[in-house]
Design a protein around this ligand. Structure first.
Ligand code: SAH
Length: 327
């Protein structure tokens, strides 16, 4: 919901400002209409119904994967596509994957979002409305800014959204922001003191390969990005998650695991999350299970903490790197 419009409208009608808080509380708890907001006078509800849309986004399509993952294709008021994903896990955890931009201005060669047209940054309310879309049907407890876009290029809106998400049940400690390594954003996040998790999309432990995969590495080279992550750890004592998408014959060799282990010091500052590659229409082929297993073992033998990301929603193109608002 456009919360500024809500406040302005209430002022215009001559209603006390606490009404905005009441509406927000209903929304955050999953209300799907003004009718449900029973502590508001019915005349007011009718006026708001006419003047303030419940969401800044409209739902265009929704898809349900075999594993229970739900992907929503939403549209901004000015017509730009936004995708958001809800992942439901067996242990009961429900995690949202939120977009921060429509499209992405960066051009990582393995990611489908980088190949669609970049439109613009999303506003705080457009980010929160993705979460509210799912909140109307499910309780949610985690969120990751890992959908379309680069969160650190839109950090003000992302942090403003982080102030609102706890009301929906998503604390900052259960929220993660993933970045390509946009250093000014990492530094601002560290300085902000907001206790969200930092995740870095690394994908290669040496500059030439990383630049080939992610052109942004030319602007913010590896050593500087890792230094910003170390400073983040030093200031927050929170481990930085390293995302590493496994590409067969590209970045999955034994020496590359050892090189990765070398750059990740001190050990306690980092934890690696190996990501099985999800098909997009790029030339890459994902590493097989065995290659991922060996890579993992090589890292572990050097004392690096490692997990392998569960792939979710691949059959509906909702998995990492597949959001492109096409399918
Ligand atoms: N722009 C931010 C936020 C997006 S997070 C970032 O890049 O960190 C999306 C994650 O999925 C990133 O780690 C990205 O590198 C990874 N990814 C992109 N394409 C992928 C693919 N085809 N398969 C698996 N992971 C992919």
């Amino acid at each position: 919901m456009d919360l500024d419009l809500l406040k302005a409208t209430l002022a215009d009608i001559g209603e006390p400002s606490y009404r905005a808080g009441q509406v927000w509380e209903w929304l955050a708890r999953g209300a799907a209409s003004y009718v449900e907001m029973t502590n508001l006078p019915s005349g007011l509800r009718a006026q708001l119904e006419e003047r303030v849309a419940l969401s800044t986004l409209t739902l265009e399509r929704e898809a349900l994967a075999h594993d229970g993952t739900v992907k929503a294709l939403l549209r901004t008021g000015d017509g730009h596509p936004v995708e958001a994903v809800l992942m439901r896990y067996r242990d009961g955890r429900r995690s949202l994957c939120l977009s921060t931009q429509s499209g992405c201005p960066l051009t990582c060669s393995f990611c489908a979002t980088g190949r669609m047209r970049f439109a613009r940054n999303l506003t705080r309310d457009e980010i929160v409305d993705q979460a509210l879309h799912f909140r109307r049907r499910w309780a949610i407890d985690h969120a990751v800014f890992m959908g379309m876009g680069e969160p650190m290029m839109n950090l003000d809106a992302v942090l403003a959204a982080c102030e609102l998400l706890p009301a929906l049940g998503i604390t900052n400690r259960r929220t993660a922001i993933s970045t390509v390594g946009w250093i000014p954003g990492i530094e601002r996040l560290t300085a902000s003191g907001v206790p969200v998790r930092l995740a870095l999309s690394l994908h290669a432990a040496e500059d030439s390969l990383r630049s080939q995969l992610m052109a942004v590495n030319d602007r913010y080279p590896l050593a500087d990005v890792l230094e910003a992550c170390r400073a983040h750890y030093a200031a927050t004592r929170r481990t930085v998650f390293i995302e590493y998408v496994m590409l067969a014959g590209v970045n999955d060799r034994h020496e590359q695991a050892l090189a990765l282990a070398r750059v990740l010091s001190p050990r306690e500052a980092f934890k690696v999350n190996l990501i099985p590659y999800n098909p997009t229409d790029s030339l890459y082929v994902g590493s097989g299970r065995e290659a991922i297993g060996s890579f993992r073992a090589a890292l572990e033998s050097r004392g690096v903490r490692v997990t392998v990301r569960l792939t979710r929603g691949r059959d509906i193109a909702a998995a990492c790197g597949q959001l492109a608002a096409a399918g």
